[in-house]
Design a protein around this ligand. Sequence first.
Ligand SMILES: Nc1ncnc2c1ncn2[C@@H]1O[C@H](COP(=O)(O)OP(=O)(O)OP(=O)(O)O)[C@@H](O)[C@H]1O
Ligand SMILES: [Mg+2]
Length: 381
Amino acid sequence: MEKLFYGNHMRIGVLGGGQLGRMLIQSAMSYDARIEVMENALDAPSAHLAHHFVKGDITAYDDVLRFGSDKTIITVEIENVNIEALETLEKQGVKVFPQPRVLRIIKDKGLQKEFYAAHNIPTPPFRLVNNAKEARQELDFLPFFQKLRTGGYDGKGVRKITTVNELDDDFDAPTVLEKFVDFEKELSVIVARNEEGQVVTYPLVECEFSPKLNLVEFLFSPADVSCELERSAAELGRSIIEKLDMVGILAVELFLTKEGDLLVNEIAPRPHNSGHHTIECNYTSQFEQHLRSITNQALGNTDIILPGVMVNLLGADGYEGDAIYDGMNEFMAQKGVYFHVYGKSTTKPHRKMGHVTVVHDSLLEAKRLARIIKDKVKVIA
Ligand SMILES: Nc1ncnc2c1ncn2[C@@H]1O[C@H](COP(=O)(O)OP(=O)(O)OP(=O)(O)O)[C@@H](O)[C@H]1O
Ligand SMILES: [Mg+2]
């Protein structure tokens, strides 16, 4: 039977209506694949673009069950969803990708770490504690990163602890204490797997984080690493998605240590910030690849067309309200500059409001221009 993933017979539901869902819809349109979205906020980035939009709480059992029961496939654009409902849907014959059991592991940074340990996946040493009091008993482990096991995102829920005085009661919840890694750089490899078990990996990218905000500021493609390291990262990515027996797209965030070893920081079973450049820079974007993998199509070529740099457009400090993209005009005529505005009506400090991808034959040139754009384009109110 011919496999089609477009038209009326294939109902694809997405939990979450943010920018990732929005860019998924953008790629789905090329195939007339119809995306239906559930999300609570009526003004979410993908709400008005979905083939069908349902207002609902993605963390509520009844809402997720109701939304999913008439779908062919359910996927997510955020891990914080009701997994019990997804398990029920799976039993009813709805295809849920990534699978609920994978979401259950990844949603909890503690279970993620235990998964790495159980499968010999290299990761920084860690300890699990249940509350602030227990964390204060692990002083021999300093310096470490303390991470909320659930609910953190974009650097919120993560903090570096160097001395005992920093262990206040802000994180009085189950957390992972992860040994501080004095890394050389941060890298990311994206892999995708379809139901037949075909796997593809994207070339490694290099992420430059804002140390203040703990979130990605710049991303460089390709990463400046040896072929050998490129191969090890691809093998590591492939082994993780296979050990998870997962269908969909998986982003693997890595630390490259000063000794040249790769350690897994964390994984995300969905399109990821470190893959946005693939829209312009690679033959198949991460969004199209996700769609292909969950619908069990042949996976697309992941090679690089041109080097590129991705810059996140974050809400500027001190502004809250109707968003204005100040300074954007100046770069609109530049060759190789692609703006993506997510359509969030209000800006807040550090909120992800959009991104820019700069492509150029020379990565050095792309970096130069991207840094200027980062300085000059401000999301204000
Ligand atoms: N053990 C560590 N050693 C050194 N730096 C770390 C460590 N853990 C985290 N970091 C820094 O903090 C950043 C955010 O950590 P992590 O990826 O765990 O948080 P997150 O909030 O889930 O991230 P995301 O921005 O991907 O949503 C990392 O990318 C890295 O720069
Ligand atoms: Mg991260």
